[in-house]
Design a binder for this molecule. Sequence first.
Ligand code: CO8
Length: 259
Amino acid sequence: MNYENIIFEVENGVATVTMNRPKALNSLNIEILQELSHAVKEVAANDEIMGLVITGAGKAFVAGADIVQMKEYNGEQARNYATFGQNVFNEIETLEKPVIAAVNGYALGGGNELCMACDIRIASEKAVFGQPEVNLGILPFFGGTQRLGRLVGAGRAKELVFTAAYIKADEAYRIGLANKVVEPDALMDATKEMMATILTKSPIGVKYGKVAVNKGLDMDLKNALELETSFAGLCFSTEDQKEGMNAFVEKRAAEFKNK
Ligand code: CO8
């Protein structure tokens, strides 16, 4: 696919998607969401790509859904758009590879919802987070009403959704929305460094860890623990489990093969 609204690059087994409509602050129209979805599928299908980074060009990560495109929508079009955006973000959340959002600037509305669908958020000191939808007569509906509460708790989620407050990176870090805050110039290096650390680990352990955390959040504890147990059994049937434990005993670094 020829991408026009995103930049898709692969380096050292890590794909980077740069949301690239800087004149509209990378806001999410249908075209950019379609391209993002295509890129995520490309990452899923390519065994050489082990992780994904999502960031934004210019001063925004993503400043929300494209208000110009959606302002004349009727209820049915809005529902279709919400479902479409939610499906794209679900593709990111269920990608069986680690996904890090490098939040370079505004992450508002659908932009905050996009970064919350990623596994980890590293924020530039210039990042600004918020769910300003109530300013527009709507509620967050690319998953924000659900993922925000799961990340920061219902009380803080409601405060952000009800007040439309914009919060800076340090506050996002304080409430658990951002995993880490770094100087703007250090954002991509810090992101790559964290991804590189993850990629030295067992891909199977990372994959099952991601699925177990994500699915477990939607299950009761008993069933979630059973899911965890079943993944433990699966791990012990892999070469990587043997390699990891043998390497520990032999006091050497493990060489994982994702098998
Ligand atoms: N949609 C469309 N265009 C946008 C958006 C947006 N979300 N955000 C910014 N732009 C455009 C501006 O219109 C402007 O265009 P132009 O130069 O043609 O006038 C350009 O980007 C630059 O923006 P500003 O001049 O406003 O830049 P500032 O630095 O002055 O301000 C802000 C930056 C504070 C980020 C400001 O642009 C802003 O408030 N943007 C809107 C933020 C917002 O409300 N986002 C939430 C959108 S709703 C949403 O995401 C809901 C998700 C679920 C949707 C489901 C739909 C059915």
